[in-house]
Design a protein around this ligand. Structure first.
Ligand code: UDP
Ligand code: MG
Length: 177
């Protein structure tokens, strides 16, 4: 943003305040100063899975995430291909449930999300509950909303390394400012 040519210090101050309050990506000066180095809370990757979207539960799950203090850094509704699901779940490629899992994940629209908060990775896993909703604690998202072991409403990264891989698999850097 160009600086107005003014010698009035009050107007100069007002202009500065306005610039400082812009979101980081619209404020070139601040972005160059802080964008690459600022400390951000931990980030994790999450999916509202096709069962929950089909059951009309996406809004309720977003509300749970909001209530638990997660900031949505990026979100995208998408129908992914079987091939994309296989790449995402490559760590499970030798498991007996791999084919069913990737069929299910490519069966309908889902929400891909990057979430941010202190301790985001562990806190999301706790809020999700156990993989099998039958074993999930009361009050967890899977206990409340999942259909079954396979169709279990939500995904969350399980460690910093997987969070980094999973975020980069679905989102570009410019979508994560
Ligand atoms: N899954 C399944 N059958 C199983 C175990 C897992 O269909 O016996 C599916 C389920 O949707 C699960 C996903 O595969 O969420 C990934 O499995 P993982 O063990 O990583 O569970 P998560 O990390 O999602 O709790
Ligand atoms: Mg997992």
């Amino acid at each position: 943003m160009d600086r107005p040519r003014t010698l009035d210090p009050r107007r100069e101050r007002a202009f500065q305040n306005r610039v400082e309050s812009l979101p980081l990506q619209w404020n070139t000066e601040r972005f160059l100063r802080e964008g690459a180095t600022r400390k951000v809370p931990e980030r994790t990757f999450s999916i509202i899975k096709p069962d929950a979207v089909a059951d009309g539960l996406a809004g309720a799950i977003l509300a749970e995430l909001d209530k638990a203090g997660f900031r949505i850094v990026s979100i995208r509704r998408e129908s992914i291909t079987k091939h994309e699901a296989e790449g995402f779940y490559a760590v499970h490629s030798s498991k007996p449930f791999f084919s069913g899992l990737t069929d299910f994940m490519s069966s309908g629209p889902l929400f891909l999300m990057v979430l941010e908060k202190d301790n985001a990775i562990a806190d999301l896993r706790k809020l999700m509950g156990a993989t099998n909703p039958a074993n999930a604690e009361e009050g967890t998202i899977r206990k409340k909303f999942a259909r079954s072991l396979g169709e279990n409403a939500i995904h969350g990264s399980d460690a910093p390394e997987t969070a980094a891989f999973e975020i980069a698999y679905w989102f570009a850097g410019y979508e994560l400012i």
